[in-house]
Design a protein. Structure first.
Lengths: 362, 104
């Protein structure tokens, strides 16, 4: 069995940031990631981030990814790719499938940063080739340089919906419309306005009725909904599209961390079942930490800060970082976080995080 | 389907062009890119037909999570083509149901 001081599960923004802060203080860190390339979903984020300079506002996502990777490498973080953590067992023991072999690894501290997966809404025809997640559209266009289709319909007007709709325009696709069952656009106005300036209609209070086509999507039908989100017969509209992108939110990838036996709470505003954690990002299982989307759906910038807090706390708990500097550095991160958890959306997330901490205290 | 010039990303450095076959047809793609991307650039969207209802399926998540895009690659069934890197001479088949039995 291999032993190490800290394992990061996931080498996305949260996992890398945690690994960096811990390694900077002398902790020996291994980051496992199931993908061929590290960075999580950062490398398909080609838009500029929000916030202030401490949040790297104005920097495009993939550049943030590159700087995190550089930093991790310089600090000697071992990034093990194509490595799937299959299970977390008692005493922080994990089974890890590294390429084709299974290895047992025991870590003094585990940072679970497994991220999120996309929500879906089923409708007749939703399994047809051409119905894809908005993340898939981003992956194809921004990572692999291929258009998902010629003309597409975006379902969902949250941040992912409006950002990806704009990215599809940048990729040279036509966007027939952005629809949302909610009466108001959910995403940031800046992104929505960019899409609207291209003449893309936003159809609020509309949902999918069906996708049609023999072997692949040829047409989409939408229908208006009333204030109780019930479809109104006779309000159907059709679009000739070859692609339907679904952007209806994310849910935390919590299956692995739940194997540790940690306490979880259902928190709709954070996207689903969330591991309870304290302000150091530690769960109810001592030595098991969470950061990023798995600890509540937010953004890459908040994931980075949560990762840094967890990394600092881990370094402190392993006696690599004294209490004084730890508190000082952690408070700096809390302060950085405040700026990102402001406004009506931010306040709700902030309250939800306090609630998770209260659950920890019992 | 391929993006020649992207306003933010410029051109995509794709590397070496290679040949592969899809259901017996010779196609071209770039070495190391996901098999699904190479297929899409050749207009292939249907990757398999389901076991019970024989319905067409293709790429859905594109990050190796949903397994909707599985195909038979070099005689191995259930390969997630959205994360499988393309190699020269790969033999790719549409998967029907669970695909062919593998010999030991």
């Amino acid at each position: 069995m291999r032993r190490c001081e800290m394992v990061s599960i996931g080498a996305g923004p949260a996992g890398l940031a945690g690994a960096i802060e811990a390694a900077r203080n002398g902790v020996e860190v291994v980051a496992f990631d199931e993908n061929e390339r590290p960075g999580g979903q950062l490398f398909k984020q080609i838009h500029k981030f929000f916030g202030s300079s401490v949040h790297q506002a104005g920097v495009r996502g993939f550049n943030i990814g590159n700087s995190l990777l550089d930093e991790a490498r310089k600090l000697g973080v071992e990034v093990s790719l194509k490595s799937v953590v299959l299970g977390i067992y008692e005493n922080n023991v994990m089974n890890v499938m590294i390429r084709d072999k299974i290895e047992q690894v025991k870590a003094e501290r585990i940072l679970v940063a497994t991220g999120a997966s996309e929500n879906m809404i089923p409708f007749p025809g939703w399994t047809l080739p051409g119905v894809i997640g908005a993340g898939a559209a981003q992956t194809m266009a921004n990572l692999h340089g291929i258009r998902p289709g010629k003309r597409l319909l975006m379902v969902g007007s949250g941040n992912v919906g409006v950002v990806v709709a704009y990215q599809m325009l940048q990729a040279g696709c036509e966007v027939a419309a952005v629809i949302d069952a909610a009466p108001k656009i959910g995403g940031y106005g800046v992104h929505a306005a960019k899409v609207a300036r291209h003449g893309v209609p936003f159809l609020m209070s509309h949902t999918m009725k069906g996708a049609h086509g023999k072997e692949k999507v040829e047409k989409a039908t939408i229908i208006q909904v009333d204030e109780k989100w019930k479809p109104i017969p006779g309000t159907e509209k059709s679009f000739d599209v070859d692609t339907i992108c679904i952007a209806v939110g994310l849910n935390p990838m919590n299956k692995l961390v739940r194997m540790s036996g940690c306490k979880t709470v259902y928190v709709p505003v954070l996207g689903g079942l969330i591991p309870a954690h304290n302000p150091n990002q530690e769960t109810s299982i001592p030595g098991v930490y969470v950061a990023g989307d798995v600890s509540g759906i937010e953004e890459a910038s908040t994931a980075i800060i949560e990762g840094r807090i967890a990394g600092l706390a881990i370094a402190n708990s392993l006696d690599y970082l004294d209490e004084g500097p730890f508190i000082e550095q952690r408070n700096q991160q809390f302060q950085n976080m405040e700026g990102l958890r402001s406004g009506s959306h931010g306040d709700a997330r902030s309250k939800a995080k306090e609630y998770l901490n209260a659950v920890m205290k019992g | 389907m391929r993006i020649d010039e992207h306003p933010i990303l410029g051109t995509f450095d794709k590397g070496k062009k290679v040949q592969f076959t899809f259901d017996g047809r010779v196609m071209e793609g770039f070495e190391g890119e996901p098999v699904a991307v190479a297929l899409r650039s050749n207009g292939v969207l249907v990757h398999r037909y389901t076991t019970r209802r024989n319905e067409p399926r293709g790429v859905f998540c594109a990050i190796g999570r949903c397994t909707d895009c599985i195909m038979v690659v070099d005689d191995v069934p259930n390969v997630r083509t959205c994360v499988e890197p393309l190699k020269e001479g790969m033999v790719i088949h549409t998967q029907v149901g669970k695909g062919p039995e593998m010999s030991e």
